[in-house]
Design a protein. Sequence first.
Lengths: 249, 493
Amino acid sequence: MMKRIALALLLVLVCSTLASAEDLTADQILKKADDVINASKNLATHIRMTVVDADGTQKVREIKAWQQDGMRMVKFLQPASDRGISLLSTDSETNYVYLPAYKRVRRVASHVRNQTFMGTDFSQEDMAVTRYADDFTPELTGQDDKYYMLKLTRKPGSKVSYSRLDFTIAKDHFVIKTLVYYDNNGNKLKTEERSDVRQFKGKYWVFMNIVMTSAKDGHQTRMDMLSYEYDIDLASDFFTERTLKRPVR
Amino acid sequence: MRLRFALAALLLLCVAVVAAAQENLEITGYVETDNRMTIESDRESTFNYNENTLAMIFKAWPADRVTIYGSFQLDAIGLDERLGDDQITIGQQQDRAEVDPVRLELDEAYLEINGLWLRNLDVRIGKQRIAWGTGDQFNPTDNLNPDDMHDPLQFGRKLASPAVRATYYAGPVTITGVVVPLFDPVLLPQTDIRPIFEAMFETMADEFAIDTGDPALDVIFKGMMIDAIKGASIGEVNVHSKLPSRAAKNANAGVRVSGTVGTVDLSASYAYVRDDFGVPKRITMNVAPLSTGMKIVDEIDLDVEQRFPRMQVIGADFATQIPLLDVGFWGEAAYYIPERMTTEYYLDAGSLNALLSTFADEDFDQGLVIAEDEPLDENYIKAVTGVDYTFPGSWYVNAQYIRGLPNDNTAEAVDNYAFGGVDKPFFHDTVKPRVFSGVCFDDESWVLYPQVFFYPLDSVELHAGAFLVFGEVDTKFGAFGDDLAFLRAKVSF
């Protein structure tokens, strides 16, 4: 008897959980996904990107990136020819690049978001996004036991390059598992698939691998997250030109 | 000398090997070969430049807030250094330094301490590049390092200087102070300098006059020499410059304040420096009169004594993006206040000096001034403004208007230019063609610089292209010399 009651209670609990999940609106789902991305005070990552050319040649890029409150610092480690190049973004329209060969910090306008990131299938813009709800209006297009499917349409006035994004978001932790990018004409540009989702410090959900595949030619870039550091002690002037110019160690 | 290079290289290599095991040391660098040939229409193209470089960069962090930086390169220099010499002696052939010349260059070597005395104060001491300004490649406010004009393909580059630099980060404002104790002149290209002085001679020829104090004599000697030298050709040109003394008062110094107002980065600067190109102080025309015939002057040798005059440079720059369009927009201007200096054109007529002295009351044994010019009698402005944008498909476009290139060092010499370029990567940044062009509006000379970069593997760069010059030899771009084709290969490690 007790067993039956327990099972009944469990069933009620599961059903109520599912019902509450099903009740989430597209905006709420996207907000939760954005919150997962921005869960920590700040974040430092060490990333390896492997580009596979059509002839099978592999090119490896390695960066260290720090982000906090919408600000972002990136320092290039590999290849050797790019080592020391650093990028600083303090908001969507204020970007700087430090080129060691020229010993000069140059301000770069936000048109650089159209450029590829180090010859990978990622653009500068892909690497900088922290909150999708700022630029897109979501629409819930479907769901199954594990995932929500969202269609994101660019908001009027937004400067992002993509007219539409299709998301698959995991129901259990709200990590975005797949992203499909579309150009201004509605043509599919590329697909980003994230895997090996893990939890850090018992509260931060992350993915360890990403594969970005170009719809045009099947060209791929694999991104491996070599390390994550959360809630680190960054100096108050970390996201400044002073740090930008310092050699990476 | 070669032994010194070898020992220096060996020492650095030993340091590198020993230190490589250290966690707080990083060694990077590259190997590059650079080959060029002139482009001639009549199958007369010549290989005129070959340089093979091993460059190494050391960074070390011996303490928490201390960085040591050093970069040097060993250059095996080929054809470039042998221009104009088709003879080699047996003795030279027995000397490896002559047959296989190698050059060691120390690019930068400095120590930087972050948070010295004050948390927000960084101090850098040693040979260093001090890059000021927001212009792309052309920076009129950037005057603390000497210009490096050695290579036309790297026009606008500067050499590092021994200096002390202090940078204080006061919140949104950054204040930089620099002292460069020792003056270094420009590094010049290996092109023929004669056209510059021929043009100067022609410009001034109408001003030539003799003033002995006796009008009758002036008429006689004007007919004998002045009119004659106007039609003479220029023979040898010997240019030498007097360096400022090592006195502390001759140090260069500058201060720059930068910050952001709204969405615009702004800076203001002041530099108390020297013109590193030099300005002629005295141009002596050595005339060897012919003893017979109507034409008494056949050829004139010029002896040019230059000075590096002081100048004050008040500068300002900005960088931002044009709202809504996302177009990069920058500008930089500098007001140059040069030390006033007179250029004297001296006539040294050899044996006629004594004759002249005999008839006149003055002693003209060393020659006499026949003209004066004041090339630095006016202050002048140099400026740059430019825009850039990346169109969809990664088409990058950059355009700049420039008033005054680095070597435009008098008010009269400052010309107006436009530079522009476009590049577009293909095959996921494996191939990147670029076309770059510049024009001088004042003399209508221009350059075209088509290039292609190829990155077949990580850290491998192949770079081929041409540097095409359009203009007479006495124009701004025509002075670069022959059209060039080049091929470079570079591997970084």
